[in-house]
Design a protein around this ligand. Structure first.
Ligand code: DX5
Ligand code: ZN
Length: 225
């Protein structure tokens, strides 16, 4: 995984057909997806249950790009090894998921994946002040986590603040929730480079339509960078 600030579109398989995940992953990758975003929900940290390490391991051979695993689970530490072994390229924990964020980040670093931290809408950028050198990605939630298909909450101030904090460090800024061709330019202009899109991609009727929808989001974002 080479670092770049180019816009990357990461379809979230939360909105895909769970009975055909391998095909759903190939269909978006063959049609322009840069990363595959995998949403893990535990019914405790968030009010929904999605999938776990076994499904991650099962879809891993179908992913040629980057498996970007977003853990919406608490506690997270005891499961990090399982997700690393399942083949996560990026492993993201929530800053709100436990009292010892620094320890969780170091643990991910030791396990091997790139290290991500997600921030709920109510959590300020400043919680990352003392861990900014430990991370490879910040995921700015633009919905309250738990469900796909919710409307976008504007967090452009937070993205701009993160850009200042990050400076020239190789840290991605990812946007997760409510990304569409209308909202993508707003966050791209503020400095985000990874755009997660669930329903806005998988609402397509077939693979060709996934490709058109990915392209629309990318062009809208690139107009602002
Ligand atoms: C929200 C998840 C998101 C979600 C995005 O809890 O982390 O990744 O699936 O879905 P859309 O793009 O439909 O808002
Ligand atoms: Zn997510």
């Amino acid at each position: 995984m080479e670092f770049s600030r180019d816009i990357k579109i990461a379809p979230s398989i939360l909105a895909a057909d769970f009975a055909a995940l391998g095909q759903e992953v190939r269909d978006v990758e063959d049609n322009g997806a840069d990363w595959i975003h995998v949403d893990v929900m535990d019914g405790h940290f968030v009010p929904n249950i999605s999938l776990g390490p076994a499904i991650c391991a099962a879809i891993r051979p179908h992913i040629k790009t980057v498996m970007d695993v977003h853990l919406m689970i608490s506690p997270a530490d005891q499961y990090l090894e399982a997700f690393a072994k399942a083949g996560a390229d990026v492993l993201t924990v929530h800053a709100e998921a436990g009292p010892h964020l620094h320890r969780s980040l170091q643990y991910i670093r030791d396990l091997g994946p790139k290290v991500g931290v997600a921030l709920n809408p109510a959590t300020p950028a400043d919680v990352l002040e003392h861990v900014i050198d430990e991370i490879d990605l910040v995921c700015v939630m633009t919905v309250n986590p738990g469900f796909g298909g919710q409307s976008f909450l504007p967090m452009m101030d937070k993205v701009r603040r993160l850009c200042e904090m990050i400076g020239d460090r190789p840290v991605h800024i990812e946007i997760d929730g409510g990304v569409t061709p209308e909202t993508a330019p707003l966050v791209a202009a503020a400095g985000a480079d990874v755009l997660v899109a669930g329903s806005a991609v998988y609402k397509g009727a077939d693979a060709a339509e996934y490709g058109r929808l990915i392209k629309e989001i990318r062009s809208a974002a690139e107009r602002e960078t």
